[in-house]
Write a protein that binds this ligand. Sequence first.
Ligand code: ATP
Ligand code: MG
Length: 367
Amino acid sequence: MNAADSHARAASKSRILTGDTPTGRLHLGHWVGSAKRRVQLQHTHDCYFIVANYHAFTTRADKPKEIRGDSLEIVRDLIAMGIDPDLSTIFLQSEVPTIHELTFLFAMLLPFNRVLRNPTLKDEIKVKDLGETYSFGFPLYAVGQCADILSFRPEGVPVGEDQVPHLEMTREVARRFNHMYCGVNEKAEDHEHVQLGGVFPVPRAEVGEVGRLMGVDGKNKMSKSLGNAIFISDPPKEVEKKVMRIFTGRQSATEPGDVKNALFQYVEAFIPDAARVEELKDLYTRGDNIGDGHIKKEVAQAINTLLAPMQKRRAALEGRDDLVMDILRSGCRKANVTAEITLEAARKAAGLHFFARTLAYSADSKI
Ligand code: ATP
Ligand code: MG
């Protein structure tokens, strides 16, 4: 498909943006929280998926090589899960410089204490053990994320539950910008902002079918950085080993169990046969001679069945950094065009537009 075709097609569709931080590989939480929805939406929407590699520096500034490696792994994982680079735009945050200009502008529209009150940041400080020593850039990433999103002016953002506070901040900043610089009435409804002359839509968070998949520790949300994740690329034996670790605290096969535990979250998320799920729940609640080990085996099997075709697709990109770079190169080219158009509109609205400019960036240049 040529560039003109692709832009014409994209213009008629409503837009979606979401993404991932390259702090490791993608896992089952990404699948149920966001990626499964992305795979569906790419057929009906103009989809942008950002690899937020600058944001990975908030907690791993000393590991640039790993961040670079993980950025490519995330592209492999996205393709594995069914993202088609001919339908969707996958790009690197670090190759779209206009995002950072917008971040600076947005940083002035959000009170400092408002950013620090963001519950997702507070939670991350706690579970990632960042203590008092996190960088100035750590809370700044939440503002940067508003710019990641709004640079693409999407209507929807498919995310897990943990991202809802970030989306709330994004919505606030869009409303404030539109009110302050575009004359949109403070009382305007969210859906009216663009038709009333606002540069930015007020985007919706679209939480996936499981908003917060627990990790195999049964304590925290499954997370790349917490050592509790089942990765899309985990071989079957590794999946079995990890599923066996899911903690329930149940002592015997005849003890009535609580189906609100982490194990049953996996049963519901990954066993596709609804009748079997109900049967397992019933046996478990009554303590009808069904052990955790047996259920874990069924869960592991279901996960491995889900992952098998993904891993087959992933294998085609193994050792092929050239193919991954091609996907990113064309994604960055398209993302830059879209984000530059947005920045131009934002600079005009905020009185920052003095001269037309052509960015020096070229997606063809050798990196
Ligand atoms: P990190 O540990 O570095 O924060 P992460 O595992 O939380 O990594 P992100 O890159 O922060 O992954 O999140 C990418 C997307 O996946 C977000 O939309 C997020 O809400 C979603 N997501 C991540 N973990 C889960 C989970 N356990 N359940 C549901 N959705 C999730
Ligand atoms: Mg996260």
